[in-house]
Design a protein around this ligand. Structure first.
Ligand code: 2HG
Ligand code: ZN
Length: 462
């Protein structure tokens, strides 16, 4: 009985709670957990696992529920394990610059804590005000500063995890050097809650960067974006290199009533961020790009608030297009493959669904494109998703042609589970299954996520 493990206030079974905690930001999946629980200690996590084994109950770990691949959706009577009450900072070592925290800590609270120490936690994205660090670890979250600082994986110095037998593993303990074999820490990062319940995290902080300057440029030809990136990279260290199309800009401007950044619209825009001291190098790169005709105009922030206002143009897009119930995709190819890949996807959509509007944006400096196709007003959500389903294998085939990834940062979850073989080989998937069996022998964690259903059939690629 759950009530033997947890207090009354730590268990909810009312419909509103089940619907609230039983899903993330992904649309289109049934939401039907049997209970939501709110453990507060590692011991309670272990007891929950033992209970799940004995009662044959499945557990769905749940963080800030900002995921976009259905990784935290509970569709079939599972117990949702919310980390909302395991949200504390437990320790900080000034010498090591390591914060030890619980997995439910909100990402923005970690960033604020770092700042209070005069330090910096560099993984950042639009949903950092709601997402939890445990969820970030589970998807190896990327975001807007990867080009300079890397992914969540690069900042996790250690973690504790409760495996599917109830055992507690203490992985790496904040060490810099550790040559004692397989690093289970890295296996848990990006595992989407399929191998264990994260119990504690050691997060590395770094030095605070200089104040940042943001520049937005108008770019008529998407193919020139990489030339612009190269030109900036040659002269300075960028903290971000993002892009968005004019379609995306119009949506975010309408949604937030924002002014146009430039006097004339362009088909695409590049947003770059850099240290204040790199200002003149950035101006020189900008001038070279203008000279070459890759860029037609630009605007540079003169203050932190102007920088934040320019960032809104990029970070507000996802929210602004949500009412269009878009067909969403989060893809990556090598940076050098981006222009051709993007053109191939554009051609495919234009030829197959001429009245669909494509809204491109993303972390182009990482080769990571967010492809959102907007539902036409006259079309029902059902019909549109049906077309989306038909589009997926075609688009993923274009990804696979370039040995790219069908999920760059949002994860596989339920959404892309049946398409995993476009990015991972049968041998890899078999090894993944083997690992799942080792860490979760009773199959209690996050059922049906990440790994394709093992029916012996390959996903339909036609
Ligand atoms: C972003 O970069 C997020 O804005 C969300 O990863 C992307 O909604 C999306 O497609
Ligand atoms: Zn993103």
């Amino acid at each position: 009985m759950l009530a033997e493990i947890l207090g009354n206030k730590q268990i909810r079974t009312d419909q509103d709670s089940l619907q609230h905690w039983g899903k993330d930001w992904t649309n289109g999946f049934t939401v039907a957990p049997s209970a939501v629980v709110f453990p507060e200690t590692i011991e309670q996590l272990q007891e929950l696992v033992r209970y799940a084994i004995s009662a044959d109950v499945k557990l769905v770990p749940s963080g800030g529920r900002t995921g976009l691949s259905g990784g935290a959706v509970a569709s079939n009577g599972e117990v949702v394990v919310s980390f909302d009450r395991m949200n504390k900072i437990l320790d900080f070592s000034e010498q090591d610059r390591i914060v030890t925290c619980q997995p439910g800590l909100i990402t923005a609270n970690l960033q604020d804590f770092a700042e209070q120490q005069g330090l910096f936690y560099p993984v950042d994205f639009a949903s950092s005000g709601s997402s939890q660090i445990g969820g970030n670890v589970s998807t190896n979250a990327g975001g807007i500063k990867v080009i300079r600082y890397g992914l969540t994986r690069d900042w996790i110095a250690g973690l504790k995890v409760v495996t599917g037998t109830g055992a507690l593993l203490d992985c790496n303990a904040g060490l810099i050097k550790n040559a004692t074999g397989y690093d289970f820490r890295h296996l848990m990062i990006g595992a989407e809650g399929t191998l264990g319940l994260l119990a504690e995290l050691d997060v590395q902080l770094t030095v605070m960067p200089e104040p940042q300057v943001v520049m937005v440029m108008g770019v008529p030809n998407v193919g020139d974006l990489l030339k612009i990136l190269q030109s900036f990279n040659a002269g300075l260290t960028l903290s971000a290199f993002e892009f968005f199309s004019d379609v995306a800009l119009q949506k975010v401007r309408d949604h937030r009533s924002l002014p146009a950044p430039l006097s004339q619209p362009e088909a695409f825009y590049a947003l770059v961020e850099f240290d204040e001291s790199a200002n003149s190098a950035a101006e020189a790169a900008f001038a070279a790009c203008m000279e070459a005709g890759w860029v037609t105009d630009g605007v540079v922030s003169q203050s932190a608030s102007q920088a934040a206002a320019l960032w809104q143009l990029r970070e507000g897009i996802s929210e602004a297009i949500a009412p269009y119930t878009p067909y969403k995709n989060d893809l990556s190819v090598r940076i050098s493959d981006v222009p051709e890949f993007l053109a191939d996807v554009d051609n495919y959509v234009a030829n197959s669904f001429p009245d669909f509007e494509v809204c491109w944006y993303g972390h182009i400096g990482d080769g990571n494109l967010h492809l959102n196709i907007l539902r036409p007003e006259h079309m029902s959500v059902e019909e549109f998703f049906h077309h989306g389903h038909a589009m997926s294998p075609k688009i993923f085939a274009l990804v696979a042609e370039r040995r790219g990834s069908i999920s760059a940062e949002h994860g596989v979850g339920l959404l892309k589970r049946d398409f995993l073989d476009f990015s991972r080989s049968p041998e890899e998937i078999a090894l993944m299954r083997g690992l799942k069996g080792l860490f979760d022998p009773h199959e209690i964690f996050n059922p049906n996520k990440l790994l394709p259903v093992d029916d012996g059939l390959a996903a339909d690629k036609n």
